[in-house]
Design a protein around this ligand. Sequence first.
Ligand code: PEP
Ligand code: MG
Length: 387
Amino acid sequence: MRVKRIKLREIFATNSKKTLEIELETEKVRVRSSVPLGTSKGKFEALYLSTSEAASKFVFIKNKFLSQNFNSQEEVDDFLHSLDRTENFSEIGANLALAISSAFLKAFAAENHQEVFEFLSKEKAKMPRPICNIVGFKGSGDVEEYLLLPVHQTSFRENMEKIMQAYLKVAELLKIRDPSFSFTKDLESAWFTRLSLIEILKILTKVSNEFLLKIGLDFAASHMWDGKQYYSYSMNNYIFSTQDQLNFVISLARKFPIFYIEDPFNQEDFVSFSVANKQLSPKLICGDDLLATNVKRLKDAIDLKAISSAIVKPNQIGTISDTIKFVKLAKENKIFTIMSHRSAETDDNLICHLAVGLGCDYIKVGTSGERVSKINELLRIEEILNK
Ligand code: PEP
Ligand code: MG
């Protein structure tokens, strides 16, 4: 495939900050691809440059893409790694790398007259189950996400219908129990409330029982960790040692219908993850900041039996090929894979195609506002798969 034109553009993400979009024109097709932004980012994620820094790097590498012939995604991504030999894309930025890498993926698919998920793999393609952020405190330094997920899936549409009704029911119950509740939402369109963690869990228990769903929690615990000894919950006034945190996580998981637990400990504490994983199996203990979509960190987590599921965020690692390797390694080791949006998204729905085409078990998305764009794309994909 030959590139006729490659252009970088600054666009806005859903948190009103600038992000990158690449427009790529080959002899046959024209595609666009943009990258999301994280708020509670992990320490081990590949490096994002500011959009202006990325733009100045792009000036130097742009022409290199015009003089090459690319035959596969691996060639494109190897080329990106040859332009930036650092482990975390600190030279050209993981945002620029992923915008280019994902634009090529779309171009390969389009030149083949295929949807991206079909191009990735028609054989492996399957609809992921939704994990949806219902009550949220993004960037707060407390449990960041209270999620709902199904246990079984007849169809994605059916599960989404249940979760949407549950999301609205939660708001009704919040209105009754929290006098200050005014349908305010956080960055991911999850409800914001002043109720305590336990009160929220009681509401979610009621709703999950009614709609036959389970509860998930993203502790994002690295952001509660003081770097030495304690986890402090900014809104619930708990201060826990590592042992207290472990006991707390285990007791919550046994008391409430919680099936999914993401980042319950600091991103360097593989050992506590392992203890929780052993004690709470078969519930899903998931690494997000812990793994940062990084194959090396996933290998360590597998060796230590630290997790049973892994968040997949392409922008944590910077290329499509690295994302594919991560999913492959997880699958080979029977680790459930959860493709995930970021707290600031764009109108780009590529993660839906990646989730389906790579055969991920789950996809983590939001349930209202601009977030429905991902859900609607998945409904369309399900229709194509059912044909
Ligand atoms: C998360 O932590 O799972 C998340 C989606 O948030 P962010 O994009 O801010 O890392
Ligand atoms: Mg997370």
